[in-house]
Design a protein. Sequence first.
Length: 581
Amino acid sequence: MKLIKYFSATVLLSLGLVSCGDDFLDQEPDERIEITTVEQVQQMLTSAYGASNYGWLCELSSDNLMDNNAPHKGASPDSKDVVVHYNLSPYERMDDEIFRFEQVKSSTGTDSPSEIWESCYNAIATANHCLVYLDQIEEKERAEAEGHGYNPSDLEKAVRGEALLIRAYYHFVLVNIFSQAYKNDEASSHDIGIPYVTEPEDKVLVHYNRGTVTSTYNKIREDLEAGLQLVSNSYYQKPKWHFNVNAAHAFAARFYLYTRNYEKVIEHANAVLGEGTGNLGELLMRYDLFDNCTYGDDYANVWQSADLNNNLMLVATYSTASRRAAGQRYGQISTALQATIYHFGPNWRWYVIPCAYVSGMTFYRGNQDYGFMSMKSGETFEYTDKVAGIGYAHVVRREFTCTELLLERVEAKLLKQNPDIDGAVDDLIAYDTSRWTFTEDDARTFFAGSALTYLTRDALEKYYKDTENHNCFENWDFTQNMSPDFVVPANVTVYMNAVNDMRRYETNWEGLRFFDLKRWGIEYSHFYGVDNIEYKLTWNDPRRAIEIPQEVMAAGLEPSRPPMDYSELQQATTEIRKKQE
């Protein structure tokens, strides 16, 4: 009932049919509360964070997951045998559609494009209502000042800043899922964007213009920069669950990384991490915190803790992501598993990267050959009836972290006009060192016999120079199979290979790998079914933009994917259908 009431409230808000704050959820229609104070607007903003998790949709759209029913090598990196499962079913038919890069037509429920679309625009709608209420409050207070001058309170500034950042961020999520990646202003002015909504809606049926990726990014930049000037930490009881100052800078760094404004990335990363590596020991993830963990919930509680300095912003979502992976048709197996956590490294000789092993990234159901699941995205279940065993599945998203922010800074240092290779290497070594912050017992185990050592520049350069490194995956060279507009200078390619590897580990199960594949233009394929049918995404494939929900298209919004010759895709799909029949 709570979920139904939540969506009913936010949908009415988005249509401009009510004026209310969080208290609306527990009020009958004749008890609606009129918003007249900044404190009420601040309370209302607590419901302006999206309740959907885009992690599963993006992971299944990336190269991090594979089809268990397609021929593949076993889990062990040195396995020679080919494994095929014939009877594993997806958690939901929707997962088949996503994996084949098709429009999702079978579901509008949890973790679907429909839910993500609705949830993001509900968040945007709530932020827009908050901004309107702030304007009304300011107008009234200016009138009462009677020409004596008016200065908005610090609280009012902070609340306005948070609302602007929320509006910017959820448009940012939407454009990176449902549009092509930003390339540059000229190229992206030809790619369709997403509707940028800045006013509360008071009509049921309204036609929105999707604009272009360039225009969408320009509007995000305006809101982001305005919000950064106003946001404050002073008024939050639980700042990690809001756009606090550090989270705002982390968002800015990610935005400028995607728009390739690398000096800005470094500026905003430094605002959180400090210049150099001196502060990183206190800010990055620590793996000794998992010492007393036994069950999946234990690991999830550590990863998703608001007490961690590493976690900059958390968002609670409704999600069944962890149920969809381990033991189902689609999982992190074979070469996808080797590319993330199951390989030797430049400074370790363990099949499973030790930090992944101790931190709950190797959970599985039934058989490890079906795939591992990381407790970074572990589920927390909210019982509404313990006797009946029913309730809501939650996943707390770590929306911004210091570790991911550090790797963004590394990329920016490498790709800026005058690369700072020394600074990038220092950051990479500091990041890698943070992964070995074990307990004494674990350190004694993993460092024994020099099976694990601390990373050096020589080891890093030697390992990531080898683009056919069979201790990891087949080819990670940034000079191959990429978008021609994303240019990596030859003198930094080795270090970008390291970024590719480390980011893939660090963002595993969080969805950001899909965004990296899009913005870098890396080509990859999904192999489907026992016949191993290949679905390949070239760097400029329209299917890199996930198609908007069918009900949104039915309402008149333009599709994400322009008309094109899908003859080869249709032929492959027809063959699949025939075999299924």
